[in-house]
Design a protein around this ligand. Structure first.
Ligand code: F6P
Length: 376
């Protein structure tokens, strides 16, 4: 396969970071397209860890048969293996020691004869890919994450399935909330971005949506629930993003993993808020944390389609000699952007996001406290 004078004969493919529905659909699209064009494909196990530990295998058509519907990734993934800062052991005080193993990985990729690597992942994977690009290994990025928080693309695959799962869960919570006249607080994932909360909250008719981008007031949340009661609405659904926090407060951190490039694991805001609601309003309140349910299972049809489009575009880029680009969807058009422009950035909800206005128009409360007048 000629690409700007250079032949692309053999490529690697890896899936990095937290998994999400649709990874297998991308792998399938890449492998089928590559084999059709006479290329060889090496599957790299467990993201960049497979390059560090030299674990790869040649993929053929049988490896990608029957996987378009499968959640997870046939290659495995890791959200800890950043070659530029790879945890190799521990210091006497228990803190991890790190080493930059990028050169070893680049040498392995060259030993394997890889002309390029298709890196399917989120911001951490794109950062790692960018350091490979800087060392002369052509990387083509494919944007995945349920969080939908990647810079440069309007949408990532996996997001629509996560929204569907969260919506269905909130729909189920609604019936029990109604039976028991309770406030129900449902916590969804998304790290520092509220895309899953905004979309699933809107789709499920949540009364209150709390986002990392808009600090909320506990008083405002309780007042909104009390106002609903006064209007005869005896239950309330609150959809809270794991990264949301009360104004003047902090995000609730569940765990810190110092060996991970993104060490903070969020979680616990729903339990905290549910207790406060019950305490401050006297209304019975319960919470549910959806957690990794949102990452698992069969991708919805539109994620399968998007993943296939992304895989196809990645191969198109390789065949036309593109270097170091990430596939993207912008205004419903497939396109691509330089990987280094995306690396390490997060796309959160801006104050101008039209969906915020839409949500407000159907009565959703974000419970942002009014600015306090400045004392003279
Ligand atoms: O980035 C995807 C995501 O599921 C986030 O929504 C969540 O905060 C995080 O990963 C959880 O990571 P882990 O699988 O390491 O617990």
């Amino acid at each position: 396969m000629e690409a700007n004078g250079a032949q692309v004969r053999r490529i690697g493919v890896l899936t990095g970071g937290g998994d999400c529905p649709g990874l297998n659909a991308v792998i399938r699209a890449v492998v089928k397209d590559a084999l059709y064009h006479g290329m060889e494909v090496y599957g790299i196990a467990d993201g960049f860890l497979g390059l560090i530990e030299r674990r790869t295998r040649k993929l053929d058509e049988h490896d990608v048969a029957n996987i378009i519907t499968a959640g997870g990734t046939i290659l495995g993934s890791s959200n800890k293996a950043n070659p530029a800062r790879f945890a190799t052991g521990t210091n006497p005080d228990g803190s991890p020691t790190f080493r930059d193993v990028t050169d070893d990985c680049v040498a392995y990729a060259k030993d394997l004869g890889l002309d390029a690597i298709v890196c399917i992942g989120g911001d951490g994977t794109m950062s790692a890919a960018a350091s490979f690009c800087a060392k002369g290994v052509n990387c083509i990025g494919v944007p995945k994450t349920i969080d939908n928080d990647l810079e440069g693309t309007d949408i990532t695959f996996g997001f629509m399935t996560a929204v569907e799962t969260a919506t269905e869960a909130i729909d189920r919570v609604r019936t029990t909330a109604a039976s028991h006249h309770r406030a129900m607080v449902v916590e969804v994932m998304g790290r520092n971005a509220g895309w899953i909360a905004l979309h699933s909250g809107l789709a499920s008719g949540a009364d209150i949506i709390l986002l990392p981008e808009l600090d909320f007031g506990v008083e405002e949340v309780c007042a909104a629930i009390n106002r609903r009661r006064a209007r005869g609405k005896r239950f309330s659904i609150i959809c809270v993003a794991e990264g949301a926090k009360p104004a003047g407060g902090e995000q609730v951190v569940k765990q810190i993993d110092p060996t991970s490039p993104d060490p903070i694991r969020l979680g616990g805001i729903a339990a905290w808020l549910s207790d406060r609601i019950q305490q401050d309003t006297g209304i019975e309140s319960r919470h549910v944390v959806l957690g990794h349910l949102q990452r698992g299972g069969t991708p919805v049809a539109m994620d399968r389609v998007l993943a296939t489009q992304f895989g196809h575009h990645a191969m198109h880029l390789l065949k036309t000699g593109a270097q170091n680009r990430m596939v993207a969807m912008q205004s419903f058009r497939l396109t691509d952007v330089p990987i280094e422009h995306v690396a390490g950035k997060q796309r959160t909800i801006s104050a101008e996001e039209p969906l915020l206005t839409t949500a407000r128009s159907v009565g959703v409360r974000f419970c942002v406290p009014a600015p306090q007048p400045v004392e003279s």
